[in-house]
Design a protein around this ligand. Structure first.
Ligand code: 9MG
Length: 301
């Protein structure tokens, strides 16, 4: 097991399939740094007019800031701001509009809160602006494959989440196919890590995410969740994002605002298999669930 720290994040790399074995006392001390020991809750803040889960209500600046305040009160560790919808069927947004949606909010959050911010983008221009205004992390669903992205990241020291997606949002759910989904995604990660290394982006800045719902059938999503610990093979922190997604709605026959139980259950399964960051809409409930897991884990040697 080894622990490393980057820009205030503490990552713990372990081969165990459960949470780390710190006592509650130790966790309280560590909590000063990370809130929830080593598992971090990433709160979703979509500032797109067509967000699938919140109907675009945070596209308005003041609503977005109120939501940040609420998430902070509820114990969020990092906020992920997205200015481009990546839901299935979504159309592209141009970089000028994306910058205009995301950067003023980033500036306002950084000046009013002591909060780490991730920017969910695949565009080099947006990444570059975001880094200039203090973003701590770039969350790229296209894993730095777009032109110029690797270079922008190489010239910075931010963390990067490399997510796997098959196809592009507009068509990705049409007929996703894999030889072996776990191995195919691991090979994709290995290739992206290698591309980063060639540009001088070290592994200790990378986080991997298999991309639930991004070019995956219902069965693919549940296989990925059931075998999530296999993604630890590459020895990097893992991010899981299942919150309110159709993999829950389609299995449970629930619409988007009735998916809390599904979101929490899948988050817990991912954390138990080694996820370091959970990307969620429902921060308070997820923080509670992780606290329970952490308390229980100390007795699961
Ligand atoms: C932007 N976005 C939507 N869903 C996501 C997921 O599952 N992971 C990451 N990293 N980003 C996501």
């Amino acid at each position: 097991m080894f622990i490393y720290k980057h820009r205030g994040f503490i990552f713990l790399n372990t081969n165990r399939n459960v949470m780390p074995e710190n006592s509650i006392k130790e966790q309280t001390d560590q909590a000063k740094l990370t809130n929830l020991n080593n598992v971090q809750v990433m709160g979703i803040l979509n500032v797109t007019p067509d967000s699938f889960s919140d109907g675009g209500k945070f596209a308005h600046f003041d609503n977005a800031l109120k939501q940040v305040e609420l998430m902070e009160e509820n114990g969020v560790d990092i906020i992920d701001i997205g200015g481009e919808s990546t839901r299935p069927g979504a159309v592209d947004v141009n970089e000028k509009d994306e910058v205009a949606r995301v950067i003023p909010l980033l500036k306002a959050i950084k000046s009013r809160f002591n909060m780490r911010v991730s920017i969910d983008t695949s565009k080099a221009v947006v990444m570059s602006e975001a880094i200039a205004y203090g973003a701590d992390m770039i969350n790229d669903v296209r894993a730095l494959q777009n032109e110029g992205c690797l270079d922008v990241i190489a010239q910075s020291d931010v963390l990067v989440c490399l997510m796997h997606m098959q196809g592009m949002p507009r068509t990705m759910q049409e007929n996703p196919q894999y030889k072996n989904i776990i191995n195919d995604i691991i090979s994709f990660f290995a290739e992206r890590i290698e591309s980063c290394a060639k540009k001088g982006i070290k592994k200790d800045r990378l986080i991997l995410d298999p991309g639930f719902g991004f070019g995956k059938t219902l069965e693919h999503n549940y296989q990925m969740l059931g075998q999530f610990s296999l993604f630890k093979k590459l020895n990097l922190p893992l991010l899981a994002g299942t919150s309110r997604k159709s993999m829950l709605g389609n299995l449970l026959n629930r619409d988007v605002n009735q998916r809390l139980a599904g979101s929490l259950t899948t988050a817990i399964v991912a954390v138990q298999q080694g996820a370091s960051i959970i990307r969620v809409h429902d921060v308070a409930e997820t923080v509670d669930a992780i606290k329970i897991l952490t308390a229980v884990a100390q007795y699961q040697k």
